[in-house]
Design a protein around this ligand. Structure first.
Ligand SMILES: NC(=O)c1ccc[n+]([C@@H]2O[C@H](COP(=O)([O-])OP(=O)(O)OC[C@H]3O[C@@H](n4cnc5c(N)ncnc54)[C@H](O)[C@@H]3O)[C@@H](O)[C@H]2O)c1
Length: 260
């Protein structure tokens, strides 16, 4: 069965869109006809994404912005609103794995990096997207949490805390805008083969050795599978879904990965 979406005429801001899940989502939106305003770290990846998207016949802009920088995030949104006039969909996806170690081996810098990128970064998106979408009559926002946003995992305590925080932001903002035709949801992916997963566990092999025993479907997901969930939640097919954190993990959570 082939599922297709039509986002033609829609404008999407993707923050953390240069690699991995964000890049796969940018490509999926572009193939569905949406114009893109992409941000993230890595000018080279941003430029290569532009080159890949342009032949698809949609508009794409890229700006390298650090989500921790509140002023730069305000400017990014201003530029995106000016460029397209209206942003219909926002995907707040920037994230880092941080240091994988027991809590007593983490220092202030480790804590600040995780909380500032993974949580403040989402806040720095929402605070600009909500007033804009309210003024324009509506929109859809998707924030990236994690399976580690609904469970704990030894050696990733602060990463988990940041991702639980994303769900708190998502639920609360969803309630704030529920009567404004704006839906706000989170995705909670299990293991997805991206630079972040390799970084979290040191290598692709080490990631597989650690996480495969926790995944009933017996495989690590591809970023394109996560992109499909983002498109669904951003689409009118999800018109009554708000304030949810949708777990997409090959069955790990229900099998009790959180009890390991
Ligand atoms: N890969 C997984 O298994 C997995 C599982 C659950 C959740 N996630 C989450 O998915 C999101 C995307 O991660 P990914 O796996 O695709 O990894 P990735 O490393 O490929 O992508 C991370 C993205 O965030 C951007 N980014 C990182 N630091 C930034 C900063 N300071 N400012 C702006 N942008 C920044 C990067 O440029 C990139 O676009 C993250 O939030 C991550 O926590 C990943």
């Amino acid at each position: 069965m082939n599922v297709t979406y039509d986002f033609s005429g829609k404008n999407v801001i993707l923050i953390g869109g240069t690699t991995g899940i964000g890049r796969a989502t940018a490509l999926a939106f572009a193939k569905a006809g949406a114009n893109l305003y992409v941000s993230g770290i890595g000018a080279d990846s941003g430029e290569s994404l532009k080159a890949e998207v342009k032949p698809l016949g949609v508009e794409i802009e890229f700006e390298e912005v650090d989500v921790r920088d509140s002023k730069a995030m305000a400017a990014l949104h201003k530029h995106a609103f000016e460029r397209f006039g209206r942003i219909d969909i926002a995907f707040n996806n920037a994230g880092v794995p941080g240091k994988t170690a027991p809590v007593h081996e983490l220092d202030d810098e480790d804590y600040d990096l995780l909380m500032d990128v993974n949580l403040r970064g989402i806040f720095n998106g929402l605070r600009h997207q909500v007033p804009h979408m309210t003024a324009k009559g509506g929109g859809a926002i998707v924030n990236t949490s994690s399976l580690f946003g609904v469970m704990g995992f030894a050696t990733t305590a602060v990463y988990c805390a940041s991702k639980w925080g994303v769900i708190g932001l998502t639920n609360s903002v969803a309630l704030e805008v529920a009567r404004k035709n704006i839906r706000v949801n989170a995705i909670a992916p299990g293991s997805v083969m991206t630079p972040l997963l390799r970084g979290m566990f040191g290598s692709e092999q080490s990631a597989k050795d650690t996480v495969l025993p926790m995944i009933p479907m017996g495989r690590i997901s591809d970023p394109s599978e996560i992109a499909q969930l983002v498109l669904f939640l951003s689409s009118d097919a999800a018109s009554f879904i708000t304030g949810q954190a949708v777990v997409i993990d090959g069955g790990g959570f229900v099998a009790g990965a959180d009890k390991l």
